[in-house]
Design a protein around this ligand. Structure first.
Ligand code: 13P
Length: 239
């Protein structure tokens, strides 16, 4: 599975053009391909790619039922818009909006209940890694997902070391492999889908994908360029 997170990029016309190119990429592969456009463009993009293999997701949502929650969208809305999945707990949401695994765990359940799949993002900061705390921090981020009454088999985890996001600095293959193993161990799910995210590009993808611990990628910057994204998908297919 290769997913693109567009973050806060694109005006509408560019978003529709990019989605059309992503649709072409998705049609040319058996690999599951998904994009997370800004939520304002999601509805129209879903409509335009409805008859294709391209999955559309949102970048975040909350667990709450309908109510007075200014600026929020909930799982029922995400499903109603025709999305296939939702990113939850991205480090940029954790940092800026104070989201934690405790606050996102109910949203994971809500997304699963609608029949969509959640992609829960975890990852340590550079300070945590340098202090030898990466495993502990990621385990703490995963812990609130356990014992919630939902089936963890339906959850996708994206391991995104914060220091590798948008920096061009990819974690080493050894770090990636060790953390993917650790995530499956902590959740006691050997078959869990675990994606890597953080400066995945046409240049870095082949090495990242060379381990069978890696189930795919969550791509940021390079998912804003269909040619780069297609090259990443090609690297996955020839791994
Ligand atoms: P970059 O690929 O730009 O480093 O972003 C990764 C990311 O945060 C995806 O969610």
């Amino acid at each position: 599975m290769i997913l693109g997170n567009w973050k806060m990029h694109t005006l509408k016309a560019d978003a529709l053009t990019l989605a059309a190119s992503m649709r072409t990429v998705a049609e040319a592969t058996d690999t599951l391909i998904g994009i997370c456009p800004p939520s304002l463009w999601v509805d129209q993009i879903v409509t335009e790619v409805a008859d294709s293999r391209l999955m559309v997701g949102v970048q975040d949502c909350v667990a709450d039922d309908f109510g007075a929650h200014t600026g929020c969208i909930n799982a029922a809305m995400v499903a109603n818009a025709g999305c296939a999945f939702a990113l939850l707990g991205h480090s940029e949401r954790r940092k800026r909006f104070g989201e934690t695994s405790q606050t996102i765990a109910p949203a994971v359940g809500a997304i699963l209940e609608t029949g969509l799949f959640p992609v829960v993002c975890v990852g340590e900061t550079e300070v945590d890694r340098d202090a030898g705390r990466a495993d502990q921090v990621v385990a703490e981020q995963l812990a609130p997902l356990v014992g919630q009454g939902f089936d963890l088999d339906g959850v996708v985890i994206a391991y995104e070391p914060v220091w590798a996001i948008g920096t061009g600095r990819v974690a080493t293959l050894a770090e990636i492999v060790a953390m993917h193993r650790w995530i499956r161990e902590v959740l006691e799910r050997p078959e869990l889908v675990v994606l890597y995210g953080g400066s995945v590009s046409p240049e870095t993808a082949s090495s990242i994908f060379s381990s069978d611990q890696v189930s795919g990628a969550l791509v940021g910057g390079a998912s804003l360029d269909a040619d780069k994204f297609a090259a990443i998908v090609a690297a996955w297919e020839t791994r």
